[in-house]
Design a protein around this ligand. Structure first.
Ligand code: PHB
Length: 394
C-alpha cells in the first residue's frame, strides 16, 4: 500500500479548480467555511483554454456581489443579439423585451479573477496533481491524489464537491443514477482570429450551408464558430478556407462581410446534451459539467455551473452550520429545475439554427418558418430574450 505523505483536514474538499470549483471555494470562504481545491491541470492550461464567453445577468451579479467586479470594467454589456437567416439580420433587443442584458466576458477571465482572489485570501489550491481518488463518501470522506513529485496526499473533509467537469470521476461514485443523453450529428469549428470586430453584438446565423456564430473578444481578437462534421480535422483548414466558409454562411443581400485577419487558434468542439440525477450521494455533491452538459448554442454551460454553485454554497453553509445534512436532499431537485430549462433552451437554439445532414426541403422551410415567426412575434422574441439573459430565481 502506498504511504500517505500528508493528511489535511478541511471542511469542504473540492475536486476541480475551474470556474465552478473555485467559485464554490470563494463563496464558502466569504461564509467563513474553509476548503481545499485540487485539479489535475496546470493553472496555465486552464488560463489559456478558450471556452464560453457570455454571462447571464445573474452570473454577473454573483461575480460582482462576491467582490469580483473586473467584469464591469473589462467585460462588454450586450443588450441584444442578431439572428441572421435568408441573408438578413434581425435584432433581438433583450433590454426592451426582457429588461435585461448579458455580458461578454470570457471564461478564462473568470478563472483568472477567481484564482487571483482565492490566492490573495490564502486559499489552499493544489493544481497539477494526478490519480485522484475519493473514498468513504457516506461517513468520513477523504480525497487522495499524487503530487508532481510522486507523493500521495490525503484531504479529510466533512463534504466533497465534485466540480471536475464533463469527464468527472466524482460522478461515477453516485450509485443508482439515471443519465439522460442526446448526441448531435454535428460539431463546431471554433477559431480565434486577429481582426477588428465585425459587429457590435453576437450574430447567430442560419444558412443553407449550416450554422455560424460571430462573437467577440477584444478590439483586435475575435471568436467565431461554424457548424462542421464532428470528424473534421482542424489542421486541414487553411486560413483562406476558414474565411471562405464563414463569409459564405454570413453572406446576404445586405452585403455584410466579416473583417478578416490571421487565424490564431482552431479547434473542433463536439457537443451533446447530458444530465445525471441525482447530483448528490451522502457527503458528495456535484456541480456544473460534472452533472450536466449542454450544446454551446445558447451559451448556457458556464451560467448553469455558476447557478449550481450559488445554490450549493448556500446549501453547504446551512448543512455545516446546523450540522444537519438533510438540507442536501433538496439540492438535486432545485438545481435540475434550472438545468432542464436550459437543456430545452440549448436544444431549441441548436436545432432551430443548425442544418442536419439528412434534412429535407420540408425541414429547411419549416426551420425558416420558425425563425420568421420568432422575429416577427413579440412573444416569441421575448421568450428568447428571457432564456438568453437567464431566468431569475434560484
Ligand atoms: C463565445 O463567445 O465563445 C460564445 C458566445 C455565445 C455562444 C457560445 C460561445 O452561444
Amino acid at each position: 500500500m502506498t504511504t500517505i505523505a500528508s493528511t489535511t483536514r478541511t471542511q469542504v474538499a473540492i475536486v476541480g479548480g475551474g470556474p465552478a470549483g473555485l467559485m464554490v471555494s470563494h463563496l464558502l470562504h466569504l461564509a467563513g467555511i474553509d476548503s481545499v481545491v485540487i485539479d489535475n491541470r496546470a493553472v496555465r492550461t486552464i488560463e489559456t483554454t478558450h471556452r464560453a464567453g457570455i454571462l447571464e445577468r445573474d452570473s454577473v451579479r454573483l461575480l460582482v456581489d462576491s467582490g469580483l467586479d473586473r467584469v464591469l470594467r473589462d467585460g462588454h454589456r450586450h443588450e441584444g443579439i442578431s439572428l441572421r437567416f435568408r441573408g438578413l439580420s434581425h435584432r433581438i433587443d433583450f433590454e426592451n423585451l426582457a429588461g435585461a442584458s448579458c455580458w461578454l466576458y470570457p471564461q478564462t477571465d473568470i478563472f483568472i479573477d477567481l484564482h487571483r482572489a482565492r490566492t490573495a485570501d490564502g486559499a489552499d489550491l493544489r493544481f497539477g496533481i494526478t490519480d485522484t481518488e475519493v473514498v468513504d463518501i457516506l461517513n468520513a470522506p477523504r480525497v487522495r491524489y499524487t503530487d508532481a513529485t510522486g507523493h500521495r496526499h490525503e484531504i479529510a473533509a466533512d463534504l466533497v464537491v465534485g466540480a471536475d467537469g464533463s469527464r468527472s470521476i466524482c460522478r461515477s461514485l453516485i450509485p443508482g443514477v439515471t443519465q439522460y443523453f442526446r448526441g448531435y450529428p454535428y460539431a463546431w469549428f471554433g477559431v480565434l482570429v486577429q481582426a477588428p470586430p465585425s459587429a457590435p453584438e453576437l450574430i447567430y446565423s442560419r444558412s443553407r450551408d449550416g450554422f455560424a456564430l460571430i462573437s467577440q473578444r477584444t478590439e483586435s481578437v475575435q471568436r467565431m464558430y461554424f457548424q462542421c462534421d464532428p470528424s473534421e480535422n482542424p489542421d486541414e483548414w487553411s486560413d483562406d478556407r476558414i474565411w471562405n466558409e464563414l463569409q459564405t454562411r454570413l453572406a446576404g443581400e445586405d452585403g455584410f462581410r466579416l473583417k478578416e485577419g490571421p487565424v490564431i487558434e482552431r479547434t473542433v468542439l463536439p457537443f451533446r446534451s447530458f444530465v445525471q440525477t441525482p447530483m448528490r450521494h451522502g457527503r458528495l455533491v456535484l456541480a456544473g459539467d460534472a452533472a450536466h452538459t449542454v450544446p454551446p448554442t445558447g451559451a448556457k454551460g458556464l451560467n448553469l455551473a455558476l447557478a449550481d454553485v450559488r445554490l450549493l454554497a448556500d446549501t453547504i453553509q446551512q448543512a455545516l452550520t446546523k450540522n444537519d445534512l438533510t438540507v442536501l436532499e433538496h439540492y438535486t431537485a432545485r438545481a435540475l429545475d434550472r438545468v432542464w430549462k436550459a437543456q430545452h433552451f440549448s436544444y431549441w437554439m441548436t436545432t432551430m439554427l443548425h442544418r442536419a445532414e439528412d434534412s429535407s426541403e420540408f425541414d429547411e422551410q419549416r426551420q425558416l418558418g420558425e425563425l420568421t415567426t420568432l422575429v416577427a412575434s413579440t412573444a416569441g422574441s421575448t421568450y428568447l430574450a428571457e432564456g438568453y439573459t437567464g431566468w431569475p430565481g434560484r
